[in-house]
Design a protein around this ligand. Structure first.
Ligand code: ADQ
Length: 483
């Protein structure tokens, strides 16, 4: 499908480039690698609300990157406060961590207004704007009010909050109205689309079910809410997995770790990723199983994250203390059962660990999707290794052949880790990994990005009068009216 990429404006919290000790470099992560080629082709504008201005000085690029000039107290109240102190925990079911403060909500509204102003300024007539994530959820409606000529897409990268959770957000109604300014709203999996429908019910907003997607009439237009599961740069990870230098590094890692079984976890240090709970489950395994004490090693790669938010600083201390305790109880001069790396790895280093690992332990307490699960599968040149995955990650709805576990079930988590670590490999394991590899190949992040944009174009073209649309859909679907 052809997309209208020549007029694309992207709005996101993060910029495609970051400043590091060695200069301005491409920001890590699959989303950036998927969107960069699109932006190069489109010669459009990337508006980054949370970026530092220097990192946006990209005169050699065929597209513009614009950072917003925001006072630091507004930026902090928006990012550390409303976004990561309220919306993030709310959406991941951590109600007790949420703090709702009026000045943070005001900052959130202000940043969204500034982002909408910038997008309105840079978008060409009839252009396409793609807004990303929970930090900028009001932008679609604010932008629509300024520029009704635009086609607006929005992607929410985390779980859509359960309606009970949403009830406690003082500005829930503004949040939903903000999102509904888009023509197409993407969520990772159908489960989140159903949660969005619950929120519409809760707020008495009328909608039409259309298969697994939802259509919300909005005057002369409508908003479509659909599942668009993201993926990773499959070819990039697969080619690292076939690289001889990476394979040699993987062999060295295995040897350095004592030649036993290697378990690997890779996460941003975030309480939603269940890192402490996973370490505790591993500690129970070491208590119970002599073979695990002798030959199983857990490598936890955890990049520090959002350290301006108190809950994140405390988490890092808890992780370090738990690793220290396990080490003290089960470590020895020649044996270290847990290795913790608290820093960013480049993709070549990560790929070596993905190859070295007999199993990836991906056990977030909740996760929108989880790209690490995809990366582990994509990197392996042969269908070996095991993926242990939480049922509470969006990825579990897609990667159904993984070993699934409920991360809240303490004994269940310990015994699942024991199984993937120590059970001999069977034909069924190989068949499962082969099926996972086929699935991951279908879901590349490039396909996701270009597919979403093509669908956005299609959805806008089907701008039939809303009544006719409702009548057509009503024949095969339930029509819900405002309660
Ligand atoms: P995140 O919460 O950041 O993303 P995830 O999907 O796992 O979570 O992506 C993390 C990315 O960071 C992966 O590409 C991983 O390789 C990388 N990474 C992690 N630790 C690293 C380290 N130490 N060094 C280098 N790289 C590291 C949000 C949502 C997810 C959703 C994505 C995409 O929370 O649920 O899958 O967006 O929509």
């Amino acid at each position: 499908m052809k997309t209208r990429s020549p007029r694309l404006v992207i709005v996101s919290a993060r910029a495609p480039f970051v400043r590091t000790g060695s200069g301005i470099v491409r920001a890590p992560g699959g989303l950036i690698s998927a969107l960069l080629p699109l932006m190069r082709r489109s010669r459009g504008t990337w508006i980054a609300t949370g970026a530092d201005r220097e990192a946006c000085d990209t005169s050699e690029l065929p597209f513009r990157v614009r950072a917003l000039a925001l006072p630091s107290e507004i930026r902090s109240a928006w990012y550390a406060g409303a976004s990561n102190g309220a919306l993030w925990p709310l959406s991941h079911g951590f109600g007790e961590v949420c703090r709702f403060r009026a000045e943070q909500a005001r900052a959130y509204f202000e940043v969204c207004r500034a982002a909408a102003d910038a997008a309105a300024e840079y978008a060409l007539p009839g252009g396409v704007v793609w807004v990303h994530d929970y930090q900028l959820a009001l932008v679609p409606a604010l932008l629509r009010a300024r520029r009704p000529d635009l086609t607006i897409g929005f992607f929410w990268h985390i779980p859509w909050p359960a309606s009970d959770s949403l009830r406690v957000l003082p500005w829930a109604s503004e949040l939903i109205e903000g999102v509904l300014g888009a023509d197409l709203v993407g969520l990772h999996v159908p489960r989140y689309v159903r949660a969005f429908r619950d929120a519409l019910d809760e707020l008495g907003i009328a909608y039409v079910n259309d298969g697994e997607s939802i259509v919300v009439p909005r005057g002369a237009r409508h908003t479509r809410i659909e599942a668009w599961p993201i993926g990773v740069d499959v070819d990039g990870w697969a080619s690292l997995g076939r690289d001889e230098t990476v394979a040699a590094e993987a062999a060295r890692i295995t040897a350095d770790l004592g030649g036993g079984r290697v378990l690997l976890s890779v996460d941003r240090m975030d309480y939603a990723k269940g890192i402490v709970e996973r370490l505790e489950a591993f500690e129970r395994l070491l208590e119970q199983n002599a073979e695990a004490r002798e030959r199983v090693t857990l490598v936890q790669i955890g990049v520090p994250s959002r350290e301006t938010v108190p809950a994140y600083r405390e988490l890092r201390q808890r992780i370090e203390a738990t690793v220290g305790r396990i080490q003290g109880r089960f470590g020895g001069p020649r044996r270290k059962p847990v290795h913790l790396f608290a820093r960013t790895f480049d993709s070549t280093e990560l790929a070596a660990y993905y190859l070295a690992a007999d199993a990836a332990i991906v056990t977030p307490k909740r996760d929108g999707m989880n790209l690490v699960a995809f990366e582990y599968v994509a990197t392996r040149p042969r269908p070996n290794g095991r993926l242990l995955l939480s049922t509470t990650a969006g990825a579990a709805d897609v990667l159904t052949e993984a070993h699934l576990v409920n991360p809240y079930d303490e004994e269940g988590l310990t015994s699942a880790i024991e199984d993937v670590a120590l059970a001999p490999e069977t034909a069924s394991d190989i068949a499962r990994m082969a099926a996972l590899q086929a699935r991951v190949s279908q879901l590349s992040v490039e396909t996701w990005a270009s597919g979403f944009l093509a669908r956005l174009e299609q959805v806008t073209e089907e701008r039939v009068p809303v009544r006719a649309q409702e009548t057509r859909l009503a024949a095969s679907a339930r029509v819900t009216r405002a309660r």
